[in-house]
Design a protein around this ligand. Structure first.
Ligand code: NAI
Length: 480
């Protein structure tokens, strides 16, 4: 704690650099700035105590300061051990008017290069408010904050923390350790926290999938808004965001020429489509793997070869996973890869590539090239280059998606926070989406910012296609 602000970041010294970047990003984030103007007088988040778990980048700094300008108190952690921009984290702690000696900003618990244990410590700190309070809102990306509260409350109800099963993910094993300590110190901490939370707004596909599973089992402890499936989120951030940041991560990590190479993209959902376009844009020859015939057919009509990984792994110069699923690239696949081929993941968790298996493999050893870039050398003499230890490489090796696309995502986040904070009693413990009219509002702001000119419907045209002149313009089942 310094100047009354609690924090755990790498260093406050780069705060001025971070502030300059935030200032430039604000100009590129018209959605968030429009919301700041719209609610300047009203402060709809006054009284909100938001615990946020989302990549602590420059763009997230603009989100955090938007929530604060709308009246919220905020605490923050990153949702990935490599994704923090240390200058942005410092600037948020220092705040727009503070100094490193006298910070006046927001408590942040995040630095680039946390260990998994440090990661859960940061998440726990972010969810622990001064005094006897908990958060009353959660803003989540990937669902780890929501997971900690739910696992905590479940263990407290049982009065015991279970021993991890062998096949539990490593991250769950770490939380169980964290919970064992917390159960001893305060046996109702997470039950109270869960009871005080009015709702969670979830950023990404993987976190949303977790929420629907909790809701289906009747175990969701508070209402949730699925921000990912706002059209102006997943059809933009996941696709156009990755189109920008995937190639950025590959370039900064390896500086290898992508043109002319064979690149395999596993998964052709929203992220896969952006990844394929990113690599095709550099004129790689792109091959897609898919389980879903609809996505596979889309890939083929977009001009890509569709194949099984087994059939093409030994031709690939670059392999990128985007599935949100596990065990996509196995150690056997890696052994068959070309010498110095590049392997990376942009799906949310690091189990798409069998990193645990690679670490255990007796015939592979790691040579650290630089942070977040490892050469894994096999006894065969061949080696592969693994980016960000199999975690989100666009955030680990680069700085994630650019501001403009995150403006649309975070405008949805902000609207969702206001909605659940102010109207939580209208919601059950289920997963909801924002109404289409708000999606159109977010899109309209960004069309205007880019200088686009929208055509206006005439009253007669509106009646002819049976919509309102002011929107929404599409039925809910429309897929864009
Ligand atoms: P999605 O559901 O649209 O796409 C995933 C695709 O992978 C689906 O088409 C599915 O059929 C396919 N798939 C599943 N198992 C497969 C397998 N064994 N082999 C080949 N394909 C398989 O999901 P979306 O929105 O594209 O997200 C994917 C992941 O990326 C999620 O974990 C999400 O949270 C994450 N994400 C990462 C971002 C980043 O900045 N790196 C940004 C947004 C999302």
């Amino acid at each position: 704690t310094r100047g009354g602000v609690e924090f755990a970041v790498a260093d406050l010294a780069p705060a001025a650099d971070g502030r300059n970047q935030i200032r430039l990003a604000e100009h590129e984030m018209p959605g968030l700035m429009a919301l700041r103007r719209e609610y300047a007088e009203v402060h709809p988040l006054k009284g909100a105590r938001i615990s946020g778990s989302l990549h602590m980048t420059v763009q997230t700094a603009v989100l955090i300061e938007t929530l604060v300008s709308l009246g919220a108190e905020v605490r923050w952690a990153s949702c990935n051990i490599f994704s923090t921009d240390d200058a942005a984290a410092a600037a948020v702690v220092v705040g727009p008017h503070g100094t490193p000696d006298e910070p006046g900003g927001v408590p942040v618990f995040a630095w680039k290069g946390e260990t998994p244990a440090e990661y859960w410590w940061c998440t726990e700190r972010m969810l622990t408010w001064p005094g006897d309070q908990g958060p009353n809102m959660i803003l989540d990306d990937g669902g780890d904050a929501t997971l900690l509260v739910h696992e905590g409350a479940r263990c407290e109800a049982a009065g015991v923390v279970p021993n991890p099963a062998d096949d539990d993910p490593d991250e769950l094993k770490v939380i169980l350790d964290e919970l064992r300590a917390s159960l001893a110190a305060d046996p109702t901490k997470w039950t109270r926290a869960a009871a005080g939370v009015r709702g969670v707004t979830e950023e990404t596909t993987t976190g949303v999938n977790r929420l629907y599973r909790l809701a289906a089992r009747g175990e969701l402890l508070f209402p949730a808004i699925n921000v990912n499936d706002s059209v102006t989120k997943s059809k933009f951030d996941n696709k156009y965001g990755i189109r920008h940041s995937l190639i950025d991560g590959i370039n900064r990590g390896t500086d290898v020429l992508v043109g002319g190479k064979v690149a395999v993209v596993c998964g052709y959902g929203d992220v896969g489509k952006g990844a394929a376009e990113s690599l095709h844009g550099q004129r790689a020859r792109v091959i897609i793997t898919e389980i879903d015939p609809i996505n596979a057919l889309q890939a083929m009509l977009d001009g890509y070869q569709v194949a099984r990984l087994e059939s093409v792994i030994d031709q690939a110069d670059i392999v990128i996973t985007t599935t949100g699923n596990k065990d996509i690239v196995t150690v056997d696949h890696m052994r068959r890869m070309k010498h110095q081929a590049i392997l990376g993941n942009v799906g949310h968790f690091d189990d798409e590539i069998d990193m645990a298996g690679l670490r255990r493999a007796a015939d592979a050893r790691r040579v650290r090239i630089k942070p977040q870039v490892d050469e894994w050398v096999f006894d065969s003499g061949r080696s592969i280059i693994v980016l960000s230890e199999g975690r989100l490489l666009n955030l680990g090796n680069a700085t994630g998606h650019p501001s403009f696309v995150m403006s649309a995502s975070f405008a949805n986040q902000t609207i969702a926070q206001i909605e659940l904070f102010t109207k939580h009693e209208e919601y059950d413990n289920e997963v909801y989406r924002l109404p289409k009219i708000l999606d159109e509002k977010v899109a309209r702001i960004h069309v205007t910012a880019l200088g686009g000119e929208l055509t206006k419907l005439s009253k007669e045209q509106a009646e002819y296609i049976d919509v309102d002149v002011e929107g929404p313009y599409k039925p809910d089942h429309y897929r864009y």
